[in-house]
Ligand binder design. Sequence first.
Ligand SMILES: Nc1ncnc2c1ncn2[C@@H]1O[C@H](COP(=O)(O)OP(=O)(O)OP(=O)(O)O)[C@@H](O)[C@H]1O
Ligand SMILES: [Mg+2]
Length: 332
Amino acid sequence: MNPPTNGIAIAARELRKSYGDQTVLDGVDLTVPSGTVFALLGPNGAGKTTAVKILSTLVAPDPGSGQVVVGGHDLATDPQAARAAIGVTGQFSAVDGLITGTENMLLMADLHHLPKAEGRRTAARLLERFDLTEAAGRPASTYSGGMKRRLDIAMTLVGSPRVIFLDEPTTGLDPRSRHDMWQIVRELVADGVTVFLTTQYLEEADELADRIAVLNGGRIVAEGTAEELKRLVPGGHVRLRFTDPVGYRVAADALDGAAGDEEALTLQVPADGSQRRLREVLDRLDAAGVEAHELTVHTPDLDDVFFALTGGAPQAAPTRSNAATQPEEALT
Ligand SMILES: Nc1ncnc2c1ncn2[C@@H]1O[C@H](COP(=O)(O)OP(=O)(O)OP(=O)(O)O)[C@@H](O)[C@H]1O
Ligand SMILES: [Mg+2]
């Protein structure tokens, strides 16, 4: 009954969107295989929500700008069919606080034209699945942020969408609720659903996404698996801390290319995270007869990628390239 999609749930080509003279999306290409999780990352105002709205038919792209096919349906020619295949959980909750959880669910069932009995069954099943059965009779305004978010997603699932858009599904949730949400996403994907999510949390993209795209300045500035993106940036290092200035200085002499902080008695040595490089560092310390009090290995993470690609300053300890711009801190 669904048209052939060649395994592609979402395909967008040359997507453009401007508001007045502000170009928000400036030629965006995206391809999301069916049954996978795709994460769109980007700083505030990058255009993530705009992209979600266009891909989910809520906003039209600029006239004549590219093509979007969702669930095998071209949005320009067959938006109704595309709409039937997708569910959207917006950045801001669609939950009506004045009515109960069950009533919110039944409202969605009505919107999807489910017969009354089936609507009730679906609502009860989803409320149970999202651990909201107990709260189902209370006005949603009495729910916690995490409960509201779960209800929001449960409402999105009423229509059994095959493609789901989640715009910042875990913003504002505590770590426990965030992990619950991740589990929900994994279960959806296990059922064959395609999930397109936006997030500010690089860790979230790392955890969930098969592929990640970074949106900046209206364009996709990088795309790939988390591992592929991490390879784009240097920044791996071994960090050594010493208890006394003598040990610190001996080690600093023994390790070429290390960046040091004399006050903190720490050294940062560029390292790719391999065992071989680590052994080399330790061998040099041994040969110099000095032992570090503490040793940590830092491999570049998505934070490094994000900051490198979006032009912000990394919050993490300075990497080798930063050290090069701070000669006064470099090894003497
Ligand atoms: N309806 C609109 N009218 C005018 N400008 C808009 C409209 N919607 C979005 N914009 C502008 O487009 C840009 C991108 O907004 P968008 O909401 O897509 O960003 P975002 O990446 O989702 O940001 P955030 O991380 O803050 O949610 C912003 O500069 C915003 O002001
Ligand atoms: Mg947004």
